[in-house]
Design a protein around this ligand. Sequence first.
Ligand code: UGY
Ligand code: MN
Length: 214
Amino acid sequence: MTPLYLLLTFKICLDSHFIMYLAKLKENSRSGLPLHDVERFIFVLHGAVTVTSAHGESHILKVDSYAYFPPNFEHSIESDAPAIIVVFERRYAHLSNHVTEPLVNSTDKQPLLETPGEIFELRKLLPMSLAYDFNIHIMDFQPGEFLNVKEVHYNQHGLLLLEGESIYRLGDSWYPVQAGDVIWMAPFVPQWYAALGKTPTRYLLYKDVNRSPL
Ligand code: UGY
Ligand code: MN
């Protein structure tokens, strides 16, 4: 079998506690495992992959489907045809008496969440319980919509624009962005987004949660 072909589009920045990369799977690919104590989240962007646990449980994930693998959870990601996934990995921040569970699901099965003071549509792909030290948000904006709050927070972000084109403001710089673009936002970077294109936009966003940043 051809080993999983990894294309690093985003690499560890000095202060980043997670990695985010695109994995381009050739036909008949099979993944390796993350490092010890490292959890992994994958989201399918193109094609389909099969995820299998050490117990033999298997799921086929198509575009917009995703899987979470707890630290030290044996699994494989396989594909018999070309596929592209985005992968997030981080060293799990343990919390006594809390453990994460493996899961597979798809974006369209996640409920829309309240966003007081904001108008974008928000879905979270992972449970919000304390065990999880990050979450992945899917955020949808109609043309002309924007973040009401110019945010500044300790959390880090890894963003992948999935659909549309628009403008991202980071600090005092303005960046035109289009589907496929990736942004790393360091802690405390002032951030603001406006969907200024003619079509709806959607982005996927990593955010660390439930742990002290100190
Ligand atoms: O939840 C967030 O921090 C999110 N609203 N940030 C962002 O979209 N840049
Ligand atoms: Mn934010």
